[in-house]
Structure formats: structure tokens, C-alpha cells
Ligand binder design. Structure first.
Ligand code: ACO
Ligand code: ZN
Length: 174
């Protein structure tokens, strides 16, 4: 599991006109900031213990982007799921993108792309055969981001969201 040194690794620096963004592993102290970004940018809210359990179990791929005042302005979190294989009686691991979001003022700078790039390398270490995710069929920004990463629409999950909207189930071979 992670060492202190690992959580201090700065994976990425993005310089904008008046700010500098770093990407690093999420810590317990960051969770409040992560929840704030989630509540501003996505209709799906999760209880605190949900974030905490992702951090406890999949800390290596739980990343945050912070601005120069150390404020969380973006995050990505994954979990690894064991599912029956389509081809035999074995089980396979899938890296499931639970959630990604970037605050509006920090969009289109490549932050989500950097979060995906860095975290996918970590998820891959969990011996997965596929990356998978659900996204609202109306969420063009996120869908174009996933397409840029070569995710393909595998199927539609009917009424996946509480408000009745359908989801695209998108997958990418690891
Ligand atoms: N118009 C068109 N394409 C866009 C736009 C836009 N405004 N914004 C992003 N994209 C696409 C483009 O393909 C872009 O690549 P390009 O800049 O090379 O053309 C690509 O996404 C990556 O852009 P980034 O700058 O890396 O993405 P950003 O940091 O802006 O974050 C995100 C993208 C996370 C989708 C952001 O818009 C957001 O937080 N949205 C609200 C939260 C959300 O919908 N999250 C996904 C939910 S699904 C899930 O979590 C499993
Ligand atoms: Zn999901």
C-alpha cells in the first residue's frame, strides 16, 4: 500500500496564466474538498463513508488536482471489481471509473485528461482486463473525453440514474 512518500509525489504540473495546478494522490484531509467539487459539478452525491472506503481500498488511483492555494479543484476515483468472465468460468478484474470532475473555472486545461492518464496506469496494476464506466447519455463533455481515450460504447443501461436518464456503459481494453 502507499507510503507517505508516495502520497507526496506530484504527478503533474499544469501552469495557467495565474495559477499552477498539481496532481497528486488524495489524502484523508482532501476528502472534504473532493466532496465539495462533486457536489458542485455532479448530481450524483455519495455519503462520506463511500469516499472514505474508496480511499481505504483504492488509494493508489484516487487522485486530486489542487491549485496553488492547495484547494481541491478536481478529482478522480476508481474501484476494482471482480466479475465473471464472458469467455470461461473464471473471474476477471475490471477497473471501474467511479467519478471524475473538474471545477468549471479550471476546465479545458487538460486536467481531466491528466487525471485519467495517471490514474489508469495505477488501476492497470490491479491485473484488470478492462476499464469500464457509466456516463449520462446527455453528458457530451464527458463522452468526448472518454472517446478521446478510445473508450467505446458497449451498451445502454436503461434508467440507470435516479432521475430516469439512461447511461452509456463504455469500456476500454486495458
Ligand atoms: N467541448 C468539447 N469537448 C470537450 C469540452 C468542451 N467544452 N471539454 C472537454 N472536452 C473533451 C475534449 O475532447 C477534450 O480534449 P481536447 O481539449 O484535446 O479537445 C477532452 O474532453 C479533455 O479535456 P480536459 O481539459 O482534459 O477535460 P476537463 O479538465 O475540462 O474536464 C470533465 C472534463 C471532467 C468532463 C469536466 O467537463 C467536468 O468536470 N464535467 C462535470 C462532471 C462530469 O460530468 N464528470 C463525468 C461524469 S461520468 C463519471 O464520472 C464516470
Ligand atoms: Zn459506475
Amino acid at each position: 500500500m502507499g507510503t507517505d512518500k508516495d502520497t507526496q509525489t506530484k504527478y503533474f504540473n499544469i501552469f495557467t496564466d495565474n495559477d499552477s495546478i498539481i496532481i497528486r494522490r488524495c489524502t484523508l484531509e482532501d476528502l472534504e474538498g473532493v466532496i465539495e467539487v462533486n457536489e458542485k459539478e455532479l448530481p450524483e452525491d455519495y455519503p462520506y463513508f463511500f469516499y472514505k472506503s474508496i480511499l481505504d481500498n483504492y488509494a493508489d488511483s484516487f487522485l486530486v488536482a489542487c491549485n496553488s492555494s492547495e484547494k481541491v479543484i478536481g478529482y478522480i476515483m476508481w474501484r476494482v471489481e471482480k466479475l465473471p468472465s464472458k469467455y470461461n468460468l473464471e473471474f476477471t478484474n475490471k477497473g471501474h471509473l467511479v467519478s471524475i470532475a473538474v471545477l468549471k473555472n479550471y476546465r479545458r486545461l487538460g486536467i481531466a485528461s491528466a487525471l485519467l492518464n495517471k490514474s489508469m496506469l495505477k488501476v492497470k496494476n490491479h491485473n484488470i482486463d478492462e476499464f469500464v464506466l457509466e456516463v449520462r447519455v446527455s453528458n457530451y463533455l464527458a463522452i468526448s473525453l472518454y472517446k478521446k481515450f478510445k473508450f467505446k460504447t458497449h451498451s445502454i443501461k436503461n434508467k440507470y440514474y435516479r432521475d430516469g436518464e439512461n447511461a452509456y456503459y463504455m469500456t476500454l481494453k486495458a
